[in-house]
Design a protein around this ligand. Structure first.
Ligand code: NAP
Length: 253
């Protein structure tokens, strides 16, 4: 018996990286998964893995930067499965030309829309459903860049992720009376496809030292298994070999 037996969990960005690992971990705990991303094929592959392990998964592709698509997706999930107990709002993106010396207005729009606007669309779409059913849990994948500035991730991404952290706290401030809990998850570097957007390619050794997607999947599973009276407001999880700290130490030396 799983701790999440029968719970409905919607994971965005579920076709790869942290979202895939979260979906597999939640399914392993008995949750019924709804998997969202823009591309259908990776979602189908994750659904097949869940089903092969005896779990249940549905695929619902959608572009989360389009508010009407997000609203429609949330409504369809609630109609089809009856409720949404857990939201893992995890989709996000970065761009190669991310620093002030190269960033374009289009790049700024991409960073804000793909990381912040879309997360707010998803939270808003799920909010009414969670209120009506008497509560629910949201886990927002922000980033260590949602607390720190400087370093690898770039100013637009950092600004958007600071927004995601603020948004998650505001949900607890306004919705705790409705049984809604929200966690801002702040990972450091995780070895996932998003790192292919780095201006400087990473070595296999550097990737191996980072958090692996399964590490964050396990953290998300743990948060989702907390009892209803416990709210994990914010969680910051990094590799022990934290490259931004290491870089600062090396500059000092
Ligand atoms: N890896 C890290 O070091 C790290 C650290 C801190 C935080 N994060 C955050 O973790 C989250 C997951 O990223 P990841 O590292 O697992 O990278 P990833 O494998 O690239 O995952 C990002 C996912 O988001 C989906 N996505 C992007 N834009 C979308 C949109 N408009 N609509 C729907 N889905 C969309 C992508 O699927 P499609 O392309 O099919 O849409 C993809 O599956 C992101 O929010 C990222 O910012 C990552």
């Amino acid at each position: 018996m799983g701790q999440l037996d029968g719970k409905i969990a919607w994971v965005t960005g579920a076709g790869s990286g942290i979202g895939e690992a979260a979906a597999l971990a939640l399914a392993g705990e008995g949750a019924v998964l709804v998997l969202t991303g823009r591309r259908k094929e990776p979602l189908e592959e994750v659904a097949a893995k869940i089903k092969a392990a005896g779990g249940k998964a549905h695929v619902h592709p959608c572009d989360l930067t389009v508010a009407a698509e997000v609203d429609a997706a949330a409504e369809q999930i609630a109609q089809r499965l009856g409720r949404i107990d857990i939201l893992v709002s995890n989709a996000g993106a970065n761009i190669v030309d991310r620093h002030w010396n190269r960033i374009t207005a289009e790049g700024i729009d991409t960073l804000i829309h793909f990381n912040l606007s879309s997360a707010m669309y998803v939270a808003r779409a799920v909010m009414g459903i969670m209120r009506a059913q008497g509560g629910g849990l949201m886990i927002h994948t922000a980033s260590m860049a949602g607390r720190n500035t400087g370093g690898f991730s770039g100013p637009g991404y950092q600004a958007a992720k600071h927004g995601v952290v603020a948004m998650s706290h505001s949900i607890n401030q306004e919705e705790c009376v409705n049984g809604i809990r929200s966690t801002a998850l702040l990972p450091g570097e995780v070895n996932t496809p998003i790192l292919k957007q780095r201006p400087n390619p990473l070595s296999a050794e550097e990737l191996a030292r980072m958090l692996q997607p399964e590490d964050t999947g396990e953290v998300i599973r743990w948060i989702a298994c907390q009892p209803k009276h416990v709210c994990i407001n914010e969680m910051w999880v990094t590799p022990a070999w934290n490259r931004s700290y290491v870089a600062a130490l090396q500059r000092k030396l």
